[in-house]
Design a protein around this ligand. Structure first.
Ligand code: ADP
Ligand code: ZN
Ligand code: ZN
Length: 745
């Protein structure tokens, strides 16, 4: 059916998303007139010179392209679509909301193995006895008893996989021998999809009796039937949020519905995974960055086919298909790692809320320190606010004090009072946690003679000095160089480390408290999973020790014997240039403080500051996090910052700062033009260089867009981006867009 007009084609056309950075889908002709394709299926399509795996998005009765320009789909890879209608809709929404190419959104959302033209379930190599040849060649293994035994087993079982062979106690190399002698054949096995998990009973004998507040929260959550509701479970550390999640999940699992739990970091997954496996008698799958492609594919499939009752995972698991999803839980919803900062810059929390809305199911956002966005949503009655304001079990809240360090001579950052307190707690055989926000030995290495500072060649930033191994490192681009022996400027050998990092404190604490073990927990010391685990095991014996660490230590762990938490210096967060700096400081300090007195012993929190009279610090110490958050919300309101306004960042990176800035200047002009249609409701600020203007050899600059309403920003950005696509971008410049940025960096 060719159209009479020259350009357009009339007839069935499929819109296909292909892996490309272009913000659009592509028109293709059907494989054949009979073969109907469903949205959400994978297809093989010619693209440029290659053949790629694409996803069917939709179909339509015509294309704006001429017939001669249209190519046919080569092959349909799935009998049934692998993405449900709802999930496809969510992916398309994400691409539109975050202004990211749909092809790249699919790349980020879907396991690598599925983006190849493979079958969905992993294929296993297997071997069985080859009937024609075996009889003739059998004499070849007459004197090889092991080969003979394996041969017999293969014959009896009519074929085995590698795993089955090794678990029967055979060396897999025997297979090679048997193959060489042409006694066996190799073939592929696609395991059948596993059965859907069996619904659990309504009552779980391992459930704890809920306290009054937990019961109120549980009742509110379980009252919701097949309807979207977003709950903010706002409970202090140790208040038993996990118990509420698990009992709400039980109510879904007993109806055969699946549960999805998102956690911020890989480090937290094994612990929570163990707790879930201990509690629930159903398969629990997990997805995180530490998996092999095959493991990831299996977990993905188990969720999709309904074999797993529970999926626990990090950020990208929000895009996993489910056979029958009943509830979503986001643990530590305030955590920044839910926001992807590179490439497809999405917030897994916000996508999760959208998903729950689509699926018509409840979602629980849990935190001891909720984000200001979520708190504001409870005030605006968009979320239901559920509070757990005291600790569950026997633990009682800890006391907080500030030590004013103005005019004090500090010993490696410690005041005399603090050292005395640490001594006391250690003397009574307790554990002490020392929190400092910097890893490495010292944040600066400087020359005493001329004031030279070791800087990174790729970034505008100082190098951090490390002792283990001796080096200087850039924490922005990861560059590591040998520790310089002399100043690069005046060649003096008098180099001096300035400031304090975890490694320096480790030395100091070890020499000061010689009979006490000191454990350092930061990104450097936990790189080896095994080493980290053995450290956790030692800490978990409860024996008196000093724990020293960065935020990493504040997340998720439950150390019952910690009675003192010391924040060495709270001042960095007080004067952070970023608009979320104070919120994050409050969250970190509250989270670290939550590590004190987790069991029956009372805990104590001590915060050192040179700005002890600063109202922010006082409010944080003397009031609850929530009261403090209300003050911050008022400040955001006055400053007209999120959640009271909506932000987008247009970022440009380049080999030179001026070309990146010049490009953004053109964008700013476009933005002004678009703004006319919007009655000037959108403010653009900049372009300005990013606070760390050079990073890993690239200069970074940004243009900030700000407006009142989400919908305005959405429409505005949509038009602006389509206009930007017509701009000539200098070859050295790359631009991207960040909707709802978590920092203006
Ligand atoms: P959160 O997730 O809020 O930090 P957890 O769920 O880890 O808190 O609970 C902290 C401790 O309190 C755990 O040891 C848990 O077993 C215990 N706990 C929770 N709920 C109850 C309850 N209803 N009765 C007794 N102990 C409880
Ligand atoms: Zn660097
Ligand atoms: Zn010098």
């Amino acid at each position: 059916m060719r159209n009479s007009t020259k350009n357009a084609y009339t007839g069935l056309v499929y819109e296909i998303a292909v892996p490309t950075p272009l913000r659009r889908v592509f028109d293709y002709l059907p494989i054949s007139p009979e073969e109907k394709l469903k949205p959400g299926s994978r297809v093989l399509v010619p693209f440029g010179k290659r053949c790629v795996v694409g996803f069917v998005i939709s179909n339509k009765p015509c294309s704006s392209l001429h017939f001669s320009k249209l190519k046919n789909i080569v092959k349909n890879l799935d009998k049934t679509p692998i993405l449900s209608h709802k999930l496809l809709k969510l992916l398309l929404w994400s691409a539109r909301y975050y202004q990211h190419p749909i092809g790249e959104v699919l790349n980020a959302a879907i396991p690598k193995k599925i983006r190849n033209p493979n079958s969905l379930r992993p294929i296993y190599q297997s071997w069985k006895v080859s009937p024609q040849l075996a009889a003739k060649n059998l004499t070849l293994i007459r004197h090889a008893p092991k080969q003979k035994a394996l041969f017999k087993l293969l014959k009896r079982q009519n074929g085995l996989t590698k795993k089955e062979i090794t678990s029967a106690g055979f060396d897999i190399n025997l297979i090679k021998e048997l193959k060489k002698k042409r006694l066996i054949d190799e073939y592929d096995v696609i395991p059948p999809p596993p059965k859907t998990f069996a619904p659990l009973p309504e009552k779980n004998s391992k459930s704890l009796d809920l306290n009054e507040q937990q019961q109120i929260a549980f009742d509110a959550i379980t009252r919701v039937k097949r309807k979207f509701t977003c709950f903010l479970l706002d409970g202090v550390t140790g208040s038993g949020k996990t118990e509420v999640y698990m009992q709400a999940m039980q109510q879904k699992l007993c109806k055969g519905q699946q549960c999805l739990i998102l956690v911020p970091e890989i480090g937290l997954t094994p612990q929570t995974l163990a707790v879930l496996r201990e509690r629930f008698e159903c398969p629990v799958a997990s997805i995180h960055s530490g998996l092999t492609d095959k493991e990831r594919l299996t977990a993905w499939n188990d969720a999709k086919d309904g074999a797993a009752g529970i999926l626990i995972g990090t950020r990208s698991s929000i895009f996993t298909p489910f056979a029958n999803l009943g509830i979503i839980v986001i643990d530590e919803e305030h955590d920044n790692s839910f926001k992807q900062q590179e490439g497809f810059k999405y917030s897994a929390r916000d996508v999760a809320i959208m998903r729950a809305r689509e699926e018509k199911i409840p979602i629980i956002l849990g935190s001891a320190t909720p984000s200001l966005e979520s708190l504001q949503n409870t005030i605006a009655k968009k979320f239901v606010h559920l509070c757990l304001d005291h600790r569950a079990g026997k633990a009682i809240a800890s006391t907080k004090t500030i030590i004013d360090t103005t005019n004090q001579n500090l010993d490696n950052g410690f005041s005399e009072q603090l050292l005395y307190k640490i001594e006391q707690h250690l003397a009574s055989k307790k554990q002490v946690l020392v929190f400092i926000n910097r890893r490495g030995f010292a944040p600066t290495l400087t020359c005493q003679q001329c004031g030279w500072v070791a800087e990174c060649e790729n970034c505008v930033s100082q190098m951090t000095m490390h002792i283990k191994p001796p080096s200087i490192r850039c924490h922005h681009c990861g560059v590591i160089t040998d520790l310089p022996l002399e100043c690069a400027n005046c060649h003096s050998s008098k180099l001096e480390p300035l400031g304090i990092g975890t490694q320096k404190l480790e030395y100091f604490l070890k020499s000061r408290f010689q009979s006490t073990p000191v454990f350092r927990v930061d990104r450097d010391s936990t790189r080896s999973k095994f080493f980290f685990q053995s450290m956790l095991d030692k800490i978990n014996t409860g024996e008196s020790c000093l724990l020293l660490g960065t935020q990493m230590i504040a997340k998720g762990h439950h150390f019952p014997n910690i009675t003192l938490v010391a924040v060495v210096n709270a001042d960095m967060g007080l004067f952070s240039p970023d608009f979320r700096g104070q919120e994050q400081m409050a969250q970190t300090i509250t989270q670290v403080s939550g590590r004190a007195g987790r069991a029956s012993q009372p805990g104590e929190v001590v915060i050192q500051s040179r700005h002890a009279s600063h109202t922010i610090l006082h409010n944080l110490v003397n009031r609850s996090y929530n009261d403090f958050a209300k003050i911050l919300l008022q400040e955001r309101h006055i400053a007209d910052m999120p959640p009271f306004s909506q932000l987008a960042l247009i970022k440009a990176q380049g080999k030179r700062l001026d070309t990146a800035l010049k490009f953004l200047e053109k964008v700013a002009i476009l933005s002004d033009e678009v703004n006319v249609q919007f009655d000037r409701q959108v403010n653009s600020i900049g372009p300005i260089p990013a606070p760390i203007e050079k990073r890993a050899g690239t200069f970074r600059s940004q243009l900030i867009l700000k407006t009142k309403k989400k919908s305005t920003l959405q429409q505005f950005v949509l038009i602006l981006v389509s206009k930007m696509d017509t701009l000539r971008v200098p070859p050295s410049v790359r631009w991207s867009i960040d909707i709802d940025p978590i920092e203006l960096m």
